[in-house]
Each structure stands twice: as C-alpha cells, then as structure tokens.
Design a protein around this ligand. Sequence first.
Ligand code: ATP
Ligand code: MG
Length: 750
Amino acid sequence: MNKSKDFLRRIVEEDLNSGKYQEIITRFPPEPNGFPHIGHAKSISINFGIAKAYGGRCHLRMDDTNPTTEDTHYVEALKDAVEWLGFSWDGDVRFTSDYFSKLYDYAIKLIKMQKAYVDSLSEDEIREYRGTVTQPGRRSKYADRSVEENLDLLERMKNGEFQDGEHVLRAKIDMSSPNMKMRDPLLYRIRHVHHFRAGDAWAIYPMYDFAHCLSDYIEGVTHSLCTLEFENNREIYDWVIDTLELKPPRPYQYEFARLNINYTVMSKRKLLELVENGVVSGWDDPRLPTIAGYKRRGYTPESILNFCEMIGVAKANSVVDVSQLEFAIRDDLNKKVPRVMCILNPLKITIENYEGFEEIDASYYPHDVPKEGSRKLSFSKEIYIDREDFMENPDKGYFRLTPEQPVRLKHAYIIQCKEVVKNADGEVVEIKAIYYPESKSGSDSSGIKVKSAIQWVEASSAKKVEVRLYDRLFKNEAPENLEDINPDSLQVIKDALVEPAVIEEKADERFQFERVGYFYADPIDYTDEAPVFNKIVALKDSWGKKKKAPKKTAKEQPQKVHIEGEVAAMSEEEQALFERYTKALKLNSEVANTLARDEKLSSFFEEALLSYQEPVTVANIVTNEVARELKQKEKSLLKFQPKQIAQLAKMVDEEIISTKIAKQVFEEMSKSGEEPAKIVEAKGLVQISDRAVIAPIIDGIIAKNPDNVAKYKNGNTKLLGFFVGQVLKNTGGKANPKVVNELVMKALSV
Ligand code: ATP
Ligand code: MG
C-alpha cells in the first residue's frame, strides 16, 4: 500500500536528520503474563518495523516486575510470536529483572537527592491523600524523613524485614499536580513473592513508572513507543530521567493508538479467563486473537503484517472491523495456495452412463495466479457432491443442480439429474444422473449451457478428513462477558471427503477448498491416517448477511455462485473511497477504512463535509459518535442532520469547546436534535479561553489565599497546581487549562 509516513516515522526521521541520535533503538516490552495477541502484533510491527526501516535495532525486553502473574512459558510464547512474524531482536532477550540492582542504585540516588522518600501510610491513606482531579492532594508526614532514615528503611524493605504494604518508596514530586500520576508516584513496593528469574533475592519490586524509563535508558533506547493509555505517564518518564541527571542521549516516549478489534476480547487478562474457564481449548485455540491462535488456524505472518500496515499508526483509538483482518488473510492466500476439492456434506451421485475410470489433469491454480502445478483427479461413475449443491424444488436464481438444470463438475463433465432417490423419511440419499461425454472441461463441444460449476470427489479414491469450521468467538461486536460467546463458533465435521492429492501430494499446508474456504492442516492434530483441517477464513465476507437472515432459511436461499470463489472484502467503489479519504482528505487509514466500508456512514460524512470542509475533525466525530447511532437507526430516524455535525466539528476546531465537551454535546443533540451551539450556550459549556475573563478570577483567588501566595513566593512552586486547581473549580472545569496555567504563573511572579 502506498502510504504516507506515519507520525512516528516522521519523528524518527527528524531525529536522525537533526543528529539527535546516531542510531535508532526501539524495544518491544511485553509483560510475560499471557500469550501475545494481535494488538501486540501491531506493537511488534511498529517497533521492529521502524528499527528495520531506519537501520537500527529493536530489543525484546520482558517487563517482568510483577512476579505474581509472570511465567517462563509466556516468555517463550512472546519470543515465538516475534520470530514467527519474521523479526529478530538485537542481542539476547532482555529482562527488566536484569536491571534490578541498577534500578535500586538509582532509587538510592533519588533518596540522596531528597527526591524520594519511604512512605508508611496505608494503601487507603495513600489513595485518600492523593486528592482528586479537582482537589489537590496533601503530602504524607513521612515525606520529611531524613535521607539516612530513608536509606535505612529502603534497605530493610529490600531485605524483607517488613510485611507487604508496610512501606513504599515514593518520588517526591508534587501533591497538587494537575496530573494525578505526578502526585508523588510509587517507585517500589514490598512483595514477598518468588520471582521466576530473580528467585527470592528481592522483597521489593519496582513499579512500571520507575522501571520502564530507566530500563529504556540503560539499554540506550532512543524512541520508547507505547500505547495511548500511557500518555499521562510520560511526565513521570521524563521526571525520573531528568531528575537523575542522566548522561545523554536519553530516550523519549511517544504514544500511538491501541488496536481494538470487534467480536473479540483482547486483553491478556480476559483471554486468560477464556483459557482458564475452558471456553477455548488453550492459548492457541484458533478462535482466539492470539498470535498462537492465528498461527494454528493457518493465518500467515504476511497477512498479519499487511493488516497492521493497512490499519496504520494513528493517535486516535478506534475499533477495527475484524473483516479487515479477514480481508488481509484472504488477499494473501488468494495468490498463493493450491485449489482443491473437498465435500463437507456428501451426497452420492451415480452416473449411469459412465463406465470405467479415468484421470483428469487439473491445475492447482487458476490462470491469473502465476504459479504452476497440477494433480490428477480420478473420475468414475460414483462421485460425491455437496448436499447444498442440489435442490429438488429450487428457488428462483438457484444455479446449481436441480431435476431440470444441469451443472458442471469442476474440471470435468456436465451432468444431468435423472432420478432423485429418497429414504423412508423422504430425505434425498442419492441422485442418479447421466453425464455428457462431449462436455469435458477444456474441450467442451456439447453446446449445453450451465450456470455454474461445483466441486466433487470420486467415491472410491476420496479420503475422509476432519474439518473444523471456525466462526467468530463472540456473537456481538463489543462482547462483555461469557454470555456473549457465539455458541456456533466451532463446528466439527468428522467425515468430510477430499480428493486424495491433498493428503498424498501435500502441495502445500494451506489450501483453498473450492467454493468452501481456505483451510490449513492442523499443525498439532493432523496425521496422514486422520487428517484434520482448520478453516482459516471463508472465501468472502458473509457475516453480515448471515446475521440478518434467520438461520434456517439462510441455507436454502439461492446464492450467487462464485466459481473461483473470490470476492474482495473491499469492493472497487469502497477501495476508491478509501483512496480518496487517505490521499485527498488526509484521513488516517483507520478512520478512512471505517468510512469507506460503510455506505451509510460515508454518505453522512460527505454530506457533513459540504457544510464544513475540515475532513479530519468531521470524520472523527462521524466515526466515533455518529457511527454508534447509525448502527442502531436509519439515517431518517436520527434526530440530527449532517449539518449539525459539521457545526459541532467547527466548534471543536475553533476551540470553543474541547473534544471532551463535544462528546457531551453530541449525546444531548442525539436525544433532542437541538443545534450544538444552542446546547453549548444553554448548558454553559463554552470553554473559557478569554484572558479578560480568567484574569479577575485568578486575582480573586490570590487575594483570598495570602498564605499560599507567600509560600509560593518563598520557593514552594508546587503550589502552582493549587492555584490552577482553584481556577478550574471556580469555572466548573470550563477554563482552558493552558491559559489558566500561563496566567497563574504570570500573576504569581509579580
Ligand atoms: P494487555 O492489556 O493485553 O495485557 P498490555 O498493554 O498489558 O496488554 P504488555 O505486554 O504490557 O501488554 O504490552 C507490550 C507492548 O504491546 C506495550 O508496548 C503495549 O503498549 C503494546 N500493546 C499491548 N496491547 C496492544 C494493542 N491492543 N494495540 C497496540 N499495542 C499494544
Ligand atoms: Mg498488562
């Protein structure tokens, strides 16, 4: 895909060009507490991909600071995932636990600098003292401990002299920081647990915010790329490195959007729950979004990497449609794998006018695939076709075999039904047919017209195989609990039939079973005596259709037959829209994709764009907010019009309201249909950036708090947060924090 560079790559390039770093070093830092999933694949592809693209290195570091949940077999799974995706890490696998001594030394240094202290408040007290978003916290009385006392306590904590929770080591930063994470964050806690690598050497373990930045620094990492939820941690990251006055070059943290996919759960904790409850067969169950699951199911590493590229790297979290991942694997296999015939649900056909036996040469690949290879198909008077390919009383538009309608057997002859044989229950058990000798594929001179070709196997040579059909593990898009499990996510067919070449020639491990889907020889359970195939993906995206049609009739509904079986998940029109959105309108590919694939949504978007030509802002509101509504209702039932969304976007761009408030306005608008500007006005939601309004409020607060002003002027600059907090409180959170900060500082400096 021809993509413009994402923001991370742009940063890396700038840093190389400016000479900030000589070499790029990134790291993939998983916690070994579960198997990696497709979200980790995104992170792997970003971290390893960037290092590779810029001639740098990427480290694989196990973030093993939480010994209760970590284990070596997860370490192995993580290594395996990185390798399977085709990357190699620089040097050995690294472990945060390798740095425990160094980290401890840094902690001592902080104590000596009077930037860290041992706190002995209880967990509850620590929480209570921290304050709230609107209220500053207060510092523990233990913060005044002497350096000597702190050093002594920390050493005894380390040696195991105290119980869990009795003390913690905290950074001394700012109890009234507007960033709650900066209110004297914890650096170490006591944990009397065995560590899978460090053994029982340590009774204290470092917290993420202390260990991560320093591990990056120790390893010489330049760009520490993580997901958006760490945005607020960036300040601590910088504080630790700056405060310790470490020798440059130092790493910097950048955040990108976390990958979420619908119809599944992603976090390791939730996946563990599925594994532990036996909902799935293990971490490598082909229905799980784990790398091990995809690998076992038959996904290729290329398809996963292509998917990661397709969704791009953006700064806004969103949910990616699983059909995009399915598209990626289909797209990859379409050009690669041999096509063979498999019958899932056999119906016997006896061809009455055929005698003897013949072998038909059949190519594994269609003409448009630049691969060569063929196998021999046996043909005789007894064959099997799929039950679904015969209908006694066909619906209109049914193109396959019926009592009146002939059909082509793929690579072979045209047959015509002569008699339908039924059992006592009236069930069709056999078809007696004739074939047309002149109709052989490739040299057909019969002049007989058929509307489709179907798969078949010869009865005496066909091999019995087990086929495992997988579907989405959850039946709803945003599953919440085990009740959302799709009960039909696994269907096992014990006696499907395949042509013998599949087992005997092993042209590949993956096959397209014509008209059925893509399949993979199960790497664990497959034997030549009892072959097992996993369904990787269907030939086309049929989930939406299936969901709408009641189950029973879906089977009987006529289906348009795609003999070569290929329908791209993105139609040409959708592809064209996608191109326009990414190239001309500069939308990020996640957003562009969501829009391009949803006609209702894209037409809404286009309409909104007519009133306000800032595609990025409009698209964000449309894909994040409007999409939810349009999923439940038709456009005509919405209370609001595209024009109103355009107005809302404009207000955000003009900083009249924050994006957060915009969500609130949208909620209101979707209920009342009121104009956004009216809602903002009626509810008084306008962000206050006007200095002339904010300044007098600040003056008032300064006048009321002479003590704090004096303290501030005597050097207690931490009280800045207190003043800012007061202004925000005074304005119901509407004051523009940037402006407030600036004005408060100015007012206090005179
Ligand atoms: P989980 O919640 O699934 O356990 P995590 O964030 O705790 O995930 P880690 O093992 O700590 O997982 O993550 C390793 C790296 O992978 C981190 O840099 C993290 O940001 C990244 N990562 C994890 N999940 C995703 C995701 N869904 N999308 C993108 N990156 C992810
Ligand atoms: Mg985690």
